[in-house]
Design a protein around this ligand. Structure first.
Ligand SMILES: NC(=O)c1ccc[n+]([C@@H]2O[C@H](COP(=O)([O-])OP(=O)(O)OC[C@H]3O[C@@H](n4cnc5c(N)ncnc54)[C@H](OP(=O)(O)O)[C@@H]3O)[C@@H](O)[C@H]2O)c1
Length: 339
């Protein structure tokens, strides 16, 4: 094997990291979207092994129940179950939340993990471009509908956490504010990277609102690196053939890829810390545009309009704090600060 190849392999391996020992999560409840396979499955498995009650929120009952069975057979300490959620349908998202609310469970962790990539041009049930509609708008609505539950379940010193899967492709993403559905100019790459960029903007703006309102909930975005999962199934045939050997050597396994999301969901070091883009278990700078507050706010406003949510002025940065004290999101401990 050539030196260059070895160097490259070595470089990729040093990018991996080991999660610290994570605290037990008994009594805590999590929802993981797309938790039946890939990184979502590994996230569910790990959270359940820490004693958490985890709901796999997915759109294939058969796959979801199989995942539940497998995790139970592994003898997990926590509880795992499946709940139907189709992120391509605003109605399904609302029904999912209604069913969840009816159970009276608390909610401590929401992992916005589900995603699609490079699918042929198409629309969700509500007519949104598929990547934007499912990856971004679906999670936007889901998170907002679950927000009161998250706020009510967190407390000072034990915040609820929203963890949102983004991707390095957000760095090349362009947000076309006047053409969010890609109607004027569509490309599958552009649509995927835009959806992942939108998720980072959403993560930061959500944190700003939570901080302003003094709510015990944090919001972070995660970049898992290149991970060998079914997400690549929509590559064209030659690209898929080329990806196979490369992925074997250089891509992370789903379990490795899930590490940063699991860290974001549970690590003590991240208690009370939000508004971060996490990669390799460390805070990393995201694309410059993601820090532009006017862009974040504009996207939020338009998203509310698209999914039929009222923009609640009580949770804007300048809004009322509902009589609670403002919480300060503390500085990151040096162990997770990469800047
Ligand atoms: N793999 C990578 O290299 C990589 C890199 C950066 C970021 N990411 C992000 O990481 C996340 C997880 O991806 P992965 O690689 O683990 O992919 P994956 O194995 O393809 O898993 C995607 C999950 O999303 C679910 N999903 C798809 N459509 C859905 C819908 N309409 N409603 C509800 N759930 C739906 C799938 O469920 P079904 O099986 O039922 O469709 C599946 O469980 C994604 O957000 C992805 O963009 C991945």
């Amino acid at each position: 094997m050539g030196t260059l190849t070895l160097d490259l392999l070595n470089f990729c391996r040093t990018q991996d990291f080991l999660n610290p020992v994570l605290p037990k999560q008994n009594g805590r409840v999590a929802i993981v979207t797309g938790g039946a396979r890939g990184m979502g499955y590994e996230t569910v498995r790990h959270l359940a092994s820490l004693g958490m009650h985890v709901l796999i929120a997915g759109n294939s009952e058969e796959e979801g129940l199989q995942a539940v069975k497998k995790i139970r057979q592994d003898g997990s300490e926590g509880k795992v179950e499946f709940a139907f959620l189709d992120l391509c349908s605003l109605k399904s998202i609302r029904q999912f939340v209604q069913r969840f609310d009816a159970r009276g469970l608390p909610l401590h962790i929401l992992v916005n993990n589900a995603g699609i990539m490079l699918v042929p041009e198409g629309a969700t049930e509500n007519g949104f471009e598929l990547h934007f509609g499912l990856n971004y708008l679906g999670h936007f609505l889901l998170t907002n509908l679950l927000l009161d539950k998250l706020k009510g379940s967190g407390r000072e010193g034990s915040c609820s956490r929203v963890v949102t899967m983004s991707s390095a492709t957000h760095y090349v993403g362009r947000l076309s504010m006047d053409d969010l559905q890609g109607r004027l100019c569509y490309s599958a790459h552009g649509a995927y990277s835009q959806s992942k960029l939108a998720l980072v903007l959403f993560t930061y703006h959500l944190q700003e609102r939570l901080t302003a309102g003094g709510f015990p909930v944090t919001s972070n975005a995660v970049d898992p690196g290149m991970v060998d999962t079914d997400l690549y199934n929509n590559l064209c045939v030659p690209a898929r053939a080329a990806k196979k050997p490369v992925a074997k050597m250089l891509f992370r396994s789903p379990a490795e890829g899930a590490s940063t999301a699991i860290l974001a969901a549970t690590a003590t070091e991240l208690e009370g810390i939000g508004g971060c883009y996490l990669y390799n278990g460390k805070r990393t700078k995201s694309a410059g545009v993601t820090y532009q507050r006017d862009v974040q706010a504009e996207l939020w406003k338009r998203s509310c309009g698209l999914v039929g949510l009222e923009d609640d002025p009580g949770t804007t940065a300048s809004g009322i704090c509902h009589g609670r004290q403002r919480r300060r999101v503390g500085p990151l401990p040096s162990s997770i600060n990469n800047n």
